[in-house]
Design a binder for this molecule. Structure first.
Ligand code: PLP
Length: 391
């Protein structure tokens, strides 16, 4: 049966004829980098996400690194994130020489737990070790507790860098993610994400000063505009380095693809929403815990993750995973808790440190969800899951 079908990946980019034409036009133009398309993409992204400023970067990992640096994270600083995330959410703090710690998840939303964050902040305050930056993650595309986290940030004096790598186009209380509450929001445009630039990232912020600092960090800490020089102007050739920056720029080729994809964001979003609704309906009677629906929050549905409910089936997650893969279905597991990785264990973390993220991980299974998935594909996924769970 599976041999007649092509492999169904958990995610896949969708590239249109318009995307190809847009990229081709850039390839035939004068600028492959630092041309007019990247600012156009930034402008369009800012508008769609209700943000004052948007900056295109090479990838979201670079964006997270820059966001930490923009808030002065360095040796002696402390950053907290969710253990249920991709490695980059934590690695960015270590790039800066800072210390990293984690806040356990809310098992219902699988995002950083609000109560856990509040309790950990109170303990940290007693010890005089409050975090400088907290990086909540909009896991699977579901916005985190942004309003409440803003309240905690104002009370305890930390910055919020929201890792919205999964959440392009998501909404919180009717407003686009990236428009408010976080100090910087970071989106990923990797090929498996909601819209893609091949590789790429976008940062949004409401703060013009922060945006300016990010601009410097993105391109060698360098300014070319004489109005911004700290020294005397010596001639038209002069550029000034004002801080230690990087080359974290996006190319025009990437920006053309991203801008073209952005035009379809709403349509892609609707398609993902429909497929998630369909999964909800047809999986309801199986021994699974389905993704939470939270009032006032619209998920971007980057991932559709079920948990195998061990109290209702003897079949282990690993068995279900293997059976689905054998059926040609690219199920996945998001995420191995970051603190249990060998690298993080060597830094002093151990299994048991964040038990809710660990328990979630033991049961989690990501089902295919992307705009190219046909109804027939989805039915095949559901039928295969049903028989995998039957043992
Ligand atoms: C994909 C992802 C990243 C990294 O994004 P890149 O653009 O690949 O660097 C960071 N955080 C999360 C949660 C992600 O899913």
């Amino acid at each position: 049966m599976s041999s007649e079908r092509r492999f169904i990946p958990y995610s896949r980019q969708q590239v249109s004829a318009e995307d190809i034409a847009a990229v081709t036009a850039v390839l035939q133009s004068d600028f492959l980098t630092q041309g007019p398309v990247t600012p156009q993409f930034e402008e369009a992204f800012a508008q769609r996400h209700g943000a004052a400023h948007a900056l295109a970067v090479a990838n979201a990992t670079a964006g997270l690194h820059m966001a930490c640096l923009a808030f002065g994270v360095g040796p002696g600083s402390l950053v907290w994130t969710s253990p249920n995330s991709f490695l980059a959410s934590a690695n960015c703090a270590l790039y800066c020489g800072a210390d990293i710690d984690f806040v356990d998840i809310d098992p219902a939303t699988r995002n950083m737990g609000l109560a856990a964050l509040a309790a950990k902040l109170e303990q940290a305050k007693q010890r005089g070790q409050l975090p400088d930056v907290v990086i909540p993650v909009d896991f699977a595309g579901l916005p985190c507790d942004l309003r409440e986290m803003r309240g905690l940030a104002d009370r305890y004096g930390f910055r919020i860098v929201e890792d919205a790598s999964h959440a392009t186009g998501a909404a919180y209380e009717g407003q686009p993610v990236g428009s408010r509450h976080a100090d910087i929001t970071v989106f990923s445009l990797h090929a498996v994400k909601i819209i893609t630039a091949g590789e790429g990232g976008m940062l949004t912020t409401a703060d013009a000063g922060v945006a300016e600092r990010l601009r410097l960090l993105r391109s060698h800490g360098m300014v070319r505009d004489a109005g911004q020089f700290t020294g005397a102007e010596q001639g038209g050739w002069v550029y000034e380095q004002q801080l230690l920056g990087f080359n974290y720029r996006m190319t025009e080729i990437q920006a053309a693809l991203g801008l073209s994809q952005l035009q379809r964001l709403d349509a892609l979003q609707t398609r993902r929403q429909q497929m998630a609704d369909r999964y909800d309906q047809v999986l309801a009677d199986l021994p699974l815990i389905l993704p939470a629906r939270v009032p006032q929050r619209t998920s971007a549905w980057h991932l559709y993750v079920v948990e195998i409910d061990g109290s209702r089936t003897p079949v282990a997650r690993a068995e279900v995973f293997d059976r689905m893969r054998a059926a040609g279905i690219g199920v996945h597991v998001h995420y191995i808790p970051i603190h249990t990785q060998p690298f993080y264990r060597a830094r002093g973390f151990s299994a048991g440190d964040f038990p809710l993220a660990e328990r979630y991980y033991q049961r989690a299974l990501t089902l295919p969800l992307h705009p190219g998935l046909t109804q027939d594909d989805q039915q095949y996924v559901v039928d295969s899951l049903r028989s995998a769970l039957a043992g």
